[in-house]
Design a binder for this molecule. Structure first.
Ligand code: FES
Length: 167
């Protein structure tokens, strides 16, 4: 079954017709040709597919495109350009926050969202204690980034980059 979906992706309105079983990840990569968002596991385990939807990061492989009709979507292509990097992208470059780079778009989308979540006082997805006030600490950043796997093991450089942007 096909369905029409309208998304605002990186500030541009896009209308597409997708099979109702199409994930948001596949809609981004295959229908819209935005291949910055990566497919690692396709099962919600690795975070490579992280995109920002209506202000919150999600694993785009775990959700259907038709569930997001009318949504605002930001992918790595919308955060910065080669000439004008987002501060998080610049910090990843400065701190070598990658090796192979495959997980990097998801890491950066997550990192931008993590700082936003902490600043807004939003609870962590991965802590059981929802009453604890979020803190801009390295420990909290590490916990909130724990859904983004880096097989090269660049974690300490990734955290250094995020801590720098956190100020
Ligand atoms: Fe979505 Fe791995 S590809 S979490």
């Amino acid at each position: 079954v096909k369905a029409k979906v309208a998304l605002t992706v990186n500030g541009q309105r896009r209308e597409l017709e997708v099979d109702t079983r199409t994930t948001l990840l596949d809609a981004l990569r295959e229908n819209l040709r935005l291949t910055g968002t990566k497919k690692g596991c396709d099962q919600g385990q690795c975070g490579a597919c992280t995109a920002i939807v209506d202000g919150r990061r999600i694993n785009s492989c775990l959700t259907l495109a038709v569930m997001h009709d009318g949504a605002q979507v930001t992918t790595i292509e919308g955060l910065g350009t080669p000439d004008k990097l987002h501060p998080m992208q610049a910090a990843f470059v400065k701190h070598d926050g990658y090796q192979c780079g495959y997980c990097t778009p998801g890491q950066i989308c997550s990192a931008v969202s993590v700082l936003d979540e902490i600043r807004k006082g939003l609870p962590s997805h991965v802590t059981d204690d929802l009453t604890r006030a979020p803190q801009l600490t390295e420990e909290e950043i590490r916990e909130r980034m724990s859904g983004n796997i880096c097989r090269c093991g660049a974690y300490s450089n990734i955290v250094d980059a995020i801590v720098e942007v956190a100020g």
